[in-house]
Design a protein around this ligand. Structure first.
Ligand code: T3D
Length: 262
């Protein structure tokens, strides 16, 4: 039973909804434990076709719940590496490693590790009222949970550095212009977008999605030649799938394909 998230699984698509709206869905230990359980469930499914991550209320996630970081008695210091090793490290790496698209639909402010975890997803869509805040500098920390990895790769060093050092909100519209996220949508389209993303994932060519995700992420470390070889090897595998066969039939018959994800 989940306490700080909602989780459901339909048609091979897992919906993870961060659910502590009164504190803008900030991460507690309970929420991390819930997320671990949901990820274990998703990793165990052989009919998995996609994951959608979003939040309830007016925020997506305000990062670490700071009420779990009460000031210590004089002379004592906190080892922050513990929480990273125990929670954020595996959360980010497990989201990345899922062999299906993970789509984050940012329903409101994403701050601190909340922004990093959104960017750990493969595609980010945000409502117009959402903002991304590298809030860490305000409390004397550096961007973690992949924050110093995702930002420079997505938006370049200047914007990554400015956003981190000044901790100013980046609006969803600016984020989309910068390429930090894929798309900014009107607030009133939130529910319809979740529904249409669900349909796209549940009906999609799952193995082609998986191969695409793998190839795109690996491209950063490869020469053009090495990448073309990866594409060839993955395309060979896809050529043997039911979905490719169906895609070819559907094209010839001028009808939409009925992919099974196999
Ligand atoms: O510690 C470690 O393990 C290291 C790892 C760190 C990872 C991190 O994520 S560090 C960064 C932590 N997050 C932040 O510093 C962001 C803190 N929040 C804010 O700066 C603001 O809340 C926002 C800019 C995100 C939104 O501002 P606003 O004005 O829209 O909302 P608000 O009024 O500040 O927040 C609403 C409520 O949520 C409020 O509670 P209240 O007064 O109504 O009872 C606020 O205290 C609470 N809240 C917001 N963020 C957090 C939080 N409570 C606990 N932890 C939070 N992070």
């Amino acid at each position: 039973v989940y306490q700080h998230i909602q989780f459901n699984y339909q048609e091979g698509v897992g919906h993870i909804v961060l659910n502590r709206p009164n504190t803008l869905n900030s991460f507690t230990q309970i929420m991390h434990d819930d997320l671990k359980a949901a990820l274990s469930f998703l990793e165990s499914r052989n009919d998995l076709r996609g994951v959608i991550l979003t939040g309830t209320g007016r925020g997506f996630c305000a990062g670490q719940d700071l009420s779990e970081r009460k000031p210590l008695p004089p002379g004592q210091r906190r080892d922050l590496a513990e929480g990273i090793d125990k929670n954020y490290r595996s959360l980010v790496l497990r989201l990345r490693a899922l062999p299906v698209p993970v789509v984050c639909i940012v329903n409101g402010v994403a701050a601190g590790a909340g922004a990093s975890v959104a960017l750990a997803c493969d595609i980010v869509i945000a409502v117009k009222s959402a903002k991304f805040i590298q809030a860490f500098a305000k409390i004397g920390l550096l961007p973690d949970a992949g924050g110093t990895y995702f930002w420079p790769r997505l938006v370049g060093m200047q914007r990554a550095m400015g956003a981190a050092l000044f901790a100013e909100p980046v609006t969803a519209e600016t984020a989309a212009q910068w390429g930090l996220i894929w798309r900014c949508i009107p607030n009133e389209e939130l529910d319809a977008t979740i529904e249409s993303v669900h349909r796209h994932l549940a009906d999609g060519a799952t193995r082609a999605f998986a191969a695409t995700k793998q190839a795109l992420y690996e491209s950063g470390d490869h020469s053009l030649e090495a990448q073309i070889n990866i594409e060839r090897d993955l395309q060979r595998e896809l050529g043997y799938t039911d979905d490719y066969l169906e895609g070819m039939h559907a094209f010839g018959e001028k009808r939409p394909p009925r992919f099974t994800g196999r």
